[in-house]
Design a protein around this ligand. Structure first.
Ligand code: NAD
Length: 489
């Protein structure tokens, strides 16, 4: 087992430092016990980190080099992660709750971001714009300078990788505000940045309370770009703060995403997708398959299959779940688990049936039984609000129109899916589903290369893919008169 320190410090301007807001207990959700403590930054600490990042930006340390060199440094950070996967995975499991094999997948996924965006660094090219013989005009893309990034607790390593890799690849200096519940594994990025040769201040990693450190980060005028993943309510607070400093932001705010299962779907194949779609990371995934909208002819078969699947998962401490298999770990905290239990009870009170699960396990730690709810209708709270846990709601449809109306009948629009053997039907659904990404016959199809982000209350801006790069740069146009005098055409 990885050595765990008694106290983890923040990393500001290349120095390890305590925080002005004291410390926080980090709980191991697999045992319910205190794992360690983490230093908490206050507004003054955040300001120091921003100042350091700004200094690095203005020095040109990240922008003067050829992008290929910067890209190699970004890639080196990914390799650093892979080198440390066996020590980092138990730490991630201990603070977040996921099985060890899932922790390894998260770290490998994080490394992939550094590989991908390291590769992209030298592809951010401008263009020339014809203005006639007397001018030469071109555009170039420049980093915003200081990128402020606020990270959620569900995938602390991977979500940090997503924004940090793209931010650095485009030449921004970054200040990362890590999640209060899972701050510890994110410090790997301080070590990785040092090992890759980034100067002090280019990457700052600090934990602090959202209302204090988070709010300070999003209100500081030297932060010129913000990336946030988390709840809708906090996303709105951040959008308002960003408006105050006129900084653009990317907001990734979760969803209530639906899989439509048509009468001609391969039900065995679909069941395997449910395993990943709602029980991976104990359902704490923004793009989780939290609703299944199934044709009435296949409803009972689907419910039998997924109930069997839910019951087959062995739930317990992630450290004991080393190998890929039919198992699930803890939710991140008792608070999140109890919220999910309450939402299941409320769904029952509104007329839904618990086909399986719905109860907390009677052991220490924040475990919830894998849960299937049937008889759910769109007017129920459970069909509208994100649980962020291993709870799937099953709804029925008769016609394609009805399926689309149910799928689109929430305020969210992060992802959606359709399962059918008919390509024309799949394409009709793909056009009609209002979401930033549509999966056909495989939930979570795609990868680091494919743009990801929401419609509606799921937020705005895109992460992943080449699309995301443009969130981290601003356009500069240079218009050159090559003779002929001002104002001539
Ligand atoms: P949250 O949105 O409150 O917190 C996420 C991050 O934002 C944390 O780092 C937090 O410190 C920070 N934050 C909070 N208030 C802030 C403020 N005023 N200014 C700046 N930063 C601030 O989420 P949570 O309380 O951890 O979880 C609540 C719900 O959010 C969950 O139940 C889930 O539905 C949703 N969630 C979604 C995702 C996702 O990937 N979309 C991830 C985590 C949580």
């Amino acid at each position: 087992m990885t050595d765990i320190k008694d106290l983890y410090l923040n990393y500001i301007d290349g120095q390890w430092t305590t925080g002005g807001a004291g410390t926080i207990d980090v709980i191991n959700p697999g045992t319910g016990e205190v794992l360690t403590k983490n230093a908490m930054a206050d507004a003054a600490d955040v300001a120091r980190a921003i100042e350091a990042a700004k200094r690095v930006h203005l020095s040109g340390a990240l922008t003067a080099m050829r992008p290929v060199e910067r890209g190699r440094m970004v890639q080196a950070m990914g390799r650093y992660l892979l080198k440390h996967v066996e020590t980092l995975a138990p730490l991630l499991t201990s603070e977040q709750g996921k099985p060890l094999w899932e922790a390894r997948i998260e770290i490998e996924g994080a490394a992939r971001y550094f590989e991908y965006y390291g590769n992209q660094a030298e592809t951010v090219e401008g263009r020339s714009i014809p203005l006639g013989a007397k001018y030469y005009d071109f555009t170039s893309y420049e980093p915003f300078g200081v990128s402020g990034q606020i990270i959620p607790w569900n995938y602390p390593v991977e979500m940090t990788a997503r924004s940090l890799s793209a931010g650095l690849a485009t030449g921004n200096a970054c200040v990362i505000k890590t999640p209060e519940m899972t701050p510890v594994t994110c410090y790997i990025y301080a070590h990785a940045a040092e090992a890759a040769g980034f100067p002090p201040g280019a990457v700052n990693i600090l934990c602090g309370y959202g209302h204090e450190a988070g709010a300070a980060l999003t209100a500081h005028p030297d932060v010129r770009q913000i990336v946030f993943t988390g709840s809708v309510a906090t996303g709105k607070t951040i959008a308002k703060a960003a408006a105050g400093i006129l900084a653009p932001c990317v907001l990734e705010l979760g969803g209530k995403s639906a899989a439509i299962v048509h009468a001609d779907a391969d039900i065995a194949g679909f069941t395997d997708n449910v395993r990943w779609g709602i029980y991976f990371n104990a359902g704490q995934v923004c793009s989780a398959m939290s609703r299944i909208i199934v044709h009435e002819d296949r409803h009972d078969e689907v419910v039998d299959n997924i109930t069997g699947l839910a019951k087959s998962l062995s739930v317990g401490p992630g450290l004991e779940r080393n190998a890929f298999g039919a198992n699930m770990g803890a939710m991140v905290s008792e608070g999140q688990r109890d919220r999910a239990v309450r939402m299941v009870a409320e769904a029952q009170a509104q007329g839904a049936t618990v086909a399986t699960g719905g109860r907390a396990l009677n052991i220490p730690g924040s475990f919830l039984e894998p849960t299937v709810l049937t008889g759910v209708t769109s007017d129920m709270t459970i069909a509208q609000e994100e649980v962020f846990g291993p709870v799937v709601s099953v709804l029925k449809f008769r016609t394609e129109e009805e399926a689309i109306a149910i799928a689109n009948g929430t305020d969210y629009g992060l992802v959606g899916g359709t399962f059918t053997a008919d390509i024309n039907r799949a394409m009709r659904d793909a056009q009609a589903i209002r979401a930033g990404q549509v999966f056909v016959n495989e939930w979570y199809a795609g990868g680091v290369e494919t743009p990801f982000g929401g419609y509606g209350q799921s937020g705005y801006g895109r992460e992943k893919g080449r699309e995301a790069l443009w969130n981290y740069v601003q356009t500069k146009n240079v218009a050159i008169s090559i003779g002929g005098g001002a104002g001539r055409s």
